[in-house]
Design a protein around this ligand. Structure first.
Ligand SMILES: [Zn+2]
Length: 236
């Protein structure tokens, strides 16, 4: 099991950790600030700094085969630190912060477009969500105006939890049909954009919607009868 420090504090840029395993996939640490690919959010990149000061590049982060295991994927040809070794794990913060802003923006988009979400993906220069809705119900200018109003209102973003049983009793909280929240741990992580959006989510978010910054709707296009794609990007 890797302790997921980024779930309690998404703003942590580094941590000290111990190597617990080195697999063909990469390096497993006992704790990490690296977010693993999932929920439409890309895995973090960065590096592991060894005690002698040398660094090993981490090109991606993924979930391992064992439950709760997070794997730091190293650049091809690099020499991994050994099990038992202490390292400093440091993320590419500029890249991650973009993901946090876009991830939070997608929560706002889910609140603005009143329809079931069928998918979502975050990139470095844009983000998208897919909705089961008719094309005529999607007005590009109106969506953009509503998104920016939510950004400008400066809503706090809070992390909470709900028990599996409570979630079963409120299935409407699950807005993303294609992604079911992880069960089995007894509770599920909830992300609340105060008075705007509440849903189970394991990703990293900014603390306040004002940090998202001005948004634009790049494009709205049909991806099938029950799939309309809204692509957003930063306006600056
Ligand atoms: Zn989220």
């Amino acid at each position: 099991m890797t302790e997921t420090l980024f779930r309690d504090d998404a703003y942590l840029k580094s941590c000290t950790a111990t190597v617990i395993a080195v697999t063909e996939q990469g390096v497993v640490l006992d704790r990490t600030v690296f977010y693993p690919t999932g929920g439409g959010q890309p895995g973090d990149s960065g590096y592991l700094r060894r005690m002698d000061g040398s660094t090993v590049d981490v090109t991606n982060t993924v979930k391992g085969e064992a439950p709760g295991e997070i794997v730091h994927v190293l650049a091809a040809g690099s020499v991994p630190p050994a099990p038992g070794e202490t390292v400093s794990a440091e993320i590419d913060w500029a890249r991650r912060y973009v993901h946090m802003r876009y991830h939070t923006a997608l929560h706002l988009l889910c609140a603005v477009v009143a329809a079931p979400v069928t998918g979502g993906q975050i990139a470095s220069d844009k983000a998208r969500a897919d909705f089961a809705i008719e094309m005529e119900a999607l007005d590009k200018d109106a969506i953009e105006a509503k998104l920016n109003a939510l950004v400008n209102a400066g809503h706090p973003v809070q992390i909470g939890a709900i028990s599996d049983a409570e979630l079963d009793a409120q299935p409407e909280l699950i807005k993303t049909m294609s992604v079911s929240p992880p069960r089995g741990a007894g509770s599920v992580r909830l992300v609340e954009v105060a008075s705007v959006d509440l849903q189970p989510c394991g990703g990293t978010h900014v603390r306040n919607t004002s940090e998202v910054g001005p948004l634009q709707v790049q494009k709205i296009r049909s991806e099938g009868k029950l799939n309309k794609r809204v692509i957003i990007s930063f306006a600056e």
